[in-house]
Design a protein around this ligand. Sequence first.
Ligand code: ATP
Ligand code: MG
Length: 300
Amino acid sequence: MKLSQIVKHAHTLPRPFCVSDGRRFRLDRIDPGDTGTLDADDKARAKEALERGIEAMAGLQDLLYASDRWSLLLVFQAMDAAGKDGVIKHVMSGVNPQGCQVTSFKAPSAEELDHDFLWRCVRHLPERGRIGIFNRSYYEEVLVVRVHPELLERQRIPPSLVGKRIWAERFENIRSFERHLTRNGTVIRKFFLHVSRDEQKQRFLDRLDRPEKHWKFSVSDVVERRRWDAYMKAYEDMVRHTATPDAPWYVVPADHKWFTRLVVAAAIVDALASLDLKYPKVGRARRKEVEAAKAALLAQ
Ligand code: ATP
Ligand code: MG
């Protein structure tokens, strides 16, 4: 398949899951088991398409790096076992590690808690020409922190600044932060991998049945599951308030891993292709230099 065809598919496939104006977004409209126009019989073809997508991504990343103007920030959020790690592994499998960096954000350290909530993420933003992948992000500040108010308490924000509007204020801060990044050449794409509660249970049980997967299981994951509805409400509200044309959310069905990976890869190819990247033009003087260097090498 030609690159132009891959780019065209990459544009249409993820469209139904892209939210660029969150105001009317409803999470119950997205079925975690959705596989678009594909079904289980298409799995092999989907895997092949994923390979092609990843190859296209590698070529586009090379252009991103060479042109050294834009950077790409990919944010991943999801409930446990939704497949974040697998998606990131696949995306990474095709790109040049020199131009890509993954950062995982866990519960904040004492030093991190002593700063504003964006601080630790700002330190890991991708440089121009690079791709930055956030495995969890500042969005935890309106998800886990919202579901567990005691975490907000630990942030030691002056009490007079913590009122009923705290979440609305955080959404506003996040929107302006992302606008600021966009205006400076960082392209932002955000992915919420939306797994169903039943599928999560199945995946936890699979982990428990396989000793080599035990390390991935934590008892607290099962405890967190009890707050499913509160989390879904927080996710929905997050998308409603932070999905913008410049920094859209892709709410990706995540019960079928092959489909999730395909949609994410396509959205990334689409984002990179939309930049219309070109290799830097080499001027006459530079061309002469290159020719002279070649002649010198040949003469040695
Ligand atoms: P895995 O999917 O392999 O379990 P993980 O991303 O869940 O990986 P964990 O070691 O479980 O990794 O740690 C992540 C935990 O840190 C999550 O429970 C998340 O909610 C929590 N966390 C992340 N950011 C924050 C934050 N800003 N405040 C409080 N907790 C946070
Ligand atoms: Mg975990």
